[in-house]
Write a protein of this length. Structure first.
Length: 349
């Protein structure tokens, strides 16, 4: 396996964007940009041996410069929401950008997904992207050095390794925001695809989608994916958390106990493609693209409608700085933040 580097386009600020392409022995292809460290393409074999690109993305760099939905994006400094867009560390309060009502979402603006990263080929199947996030960036304290590594194996697994180190106590919670549809680019709906999650509970929210602090069992609710269910089977059920979010957009409490383990599956009976998600993080945001609004500019002119894909965002729990019962997202000065998430593709049927 080798990594091919080509020009992708030039940003509105005149920066040359590079595209990194990896192909394994099975023909699976993964493509990344040094702009936003985004995943732009992921071609995997279906049950007939044909390759399907199973992630949403844009045709050109102009799309990624806007990228309101966050297609394929590296997300930081803090994934998901922080209530009131404010944190307190060491007795000092820091005001963050209010970019989601009164709250902070995915760190604020500009997001990590709309910045130039430094790309480095670290091995014949590994590319690393690094970025310097200065003190005060998005309102967060401390200079932070971030590295995201993408590794493609011959077992059809894309592994994402996250590392960060800061010079002050700060908050860090990194993730990837890829939108998956296992039927590929021709599909307009993900609702028939089936989900399994190794999670006995989730974290309910208020109307602003900020967790209340409750850890609620999924037993007897439409949130229960401990056996396979189609995403569309219960998405419009009259259950308050679903009504608040317009469908699935919730943090699940994983049973992995901090160990790197299989936690989620997505499968399509149509294409025969199954995706397994592994992580060592305690939470997983299941998001069924409820807020996607006919996003234009997709590959080959594709327009992506609401609920046409699903995200599995591994994470520490949303709004963790305000809930003592959630695992802390505070990264102490000089310590190293390090987590791993992987997406493994197989064929069923």
């Amino acid at each position: 396996m080798s990594i091919q580097v080509t020009d992708f386009g030039i940003t509105s600020e005149g920066q040359q964007v590079k595209q990194y392409t990896m192909v394994n022995r099975n023909g699976m292809k993964a493509v990344f940009l040094n702009y936003g460290a985004v995943i732009t393409q992921l071609h995997v074999p279906d049950k007939d041996g044909n390759l399907r690109d199973v992630v949403w993305g844009y045709e050109d760099i102009a799309g990624y410069e806007k990228n309101k939905p966050g297609f394929g994006s590296a997300i930081g400094r803090n994934a998901n929401r922080i209530g009131g867009a404010r944190i307190t560390l060491g007795g000092k309060t820091y005001d963050l950008l209010k970019n989601n009502g009164e709250n902070n979402l995915h760190g604020g603006e500009p997001g990590y997904n709309r910045r130039m990263w430094k790309g480095t080929i670290a091995d014949d199947n590994k590319v690393e992207f690094t970025i310097h996030s200065p003190d005060g960036d998005q309102g967060f304290p401390g200079n932070l050095e971030v590295k995201i590594s993408y590794i493609l194996s011959d077992d059809n697994e894309l592994r994402i390794s996250y590392e960060a180190k800061g010079d002050q106590d700060t908050v860090v919670n990194l993730t990837n925001h890829s939108y998956f549809n296992l039927d590929g680019q021709e599909s307009d709906s993900v609702l028939e695809q089936e989900v399994w999650m190794d999670a006995d509970a989730f974290t309910p929210t208020d109307d602003g989608l900020i967790p209340t602090g409750e850890i609620r069992p999924v037993e007897g609710t439409p949130m229960d994916f401990r056996t396979f269910h189609a995403l569309g089977e219960r998405i419009d059920a009259g259950y308050e958390p679903l009504k608040q979010a317009g469908g699935y957009d919730h943090n699940y409490v994983l049973n992995n106990e901090g160990k790197f383990a299989l936690c989620c599956k997505l499968r399509s009976l149509k294409s025969g493609i199954s995706m397994e998600v592994y992580t060592d993080l305690p939470g997983m945001q299941l998001y069924a693209a409820n807020f996607l609004e006919d996003e234009a500019g997709g590959k080959k002119g594709k327009v992506h409608p609401k609920r046409s894909a699903v995200c599995f965002e591994s994470q520490y729990f949303p709004d963790a700085p305000h809930h003592e019962n959630f695992k802390s997202t505070i990264l102490k000065a000089g310590n190293i933040y390090k987590t791993v998430t992987a997406y493994r593709f197989t064929v069923e049927g």
